[in-house]
Write a protein of this length. Structure first.
Length: 178
């Protein structure tokens, strides 16, 4: 289980990756669907936190990895200054380019009253979600980099590839400059 404290996601894999990158310059691991869900939650939470006035929760993020594909679903509950629910569902697959994944399908739905829908349109949360997930490599790389940096690691390269039921992650980097 992951735990989020002051922007840092507590996952053993992030601590393992930080140590391995500091010692060897790289880290490889097969992520489970649950580990990927924790990282994806961090991405979605980060999108809502960009808007200082928005208070939002991501109560559940589900990920299934099957047949070398990732199926991601999540709900964001916006609690203030408006009340709304944003549902995000996407399908990720291996890209033709080695060590890259691609977005195959993205569905974003908003449930809100008329005034909240207008506010959501002005805040452009849907557009931000679409932009962030359009390049899942960049989104996952930035999410991992943001978790490794406080641990003294600078991430320089991220390789991602779906296997039958896991996501293979290959990270390269070094110690962050003080």
């Amino acid at each position: 289980m992951s735990e989020k404290l002051e922007g840092i996601i507590r996952l053993p894999l992030v601590d393992e990756a930080a140590q391995a990158i500091k010692e060897k310059g790289g880290y490889q691991r097969e992520l489970t669907a649950q580990e990927l869900a924790s990282i994806m939650s961090g991405i979605v939470i980060g999108l809502t936190q960009e808007q200082e006035a928005i208070k939002a929760l991501v109560p559940a993020m589900t990920v299934r990895i099957e047949k070398a594909r990732g199926i991601v679903g999540g709900t964001v509950r916006v609690e203030s200054p408006i009340q709304a629910t944003i549902k995000v569902n996407c399908v990720l697959d291996n890209d033709a380019v080695p060590n890259r994944i691609k977005l195959v399908k993205l569905d974003v739905q908003q449930e809100a009253g008329l005034a909240a829908k207008i506010a959501l349109k002005l805040m452009n949360i849907e557009g931000k979600v679409r932009k962030a997930l359009q390049d899942p490599n960049q989104a996952l790389g930035e999410a991992l980099a943001s978790q490794l940096e406080p641990r003294g690691v600078r991430l320089t390269e991220v390789g991602l590839h779906f296997n039958e039921q896991t996501l293979a992650v290959n990270l390269r980097g070094g110690s962050a400059s003080p």
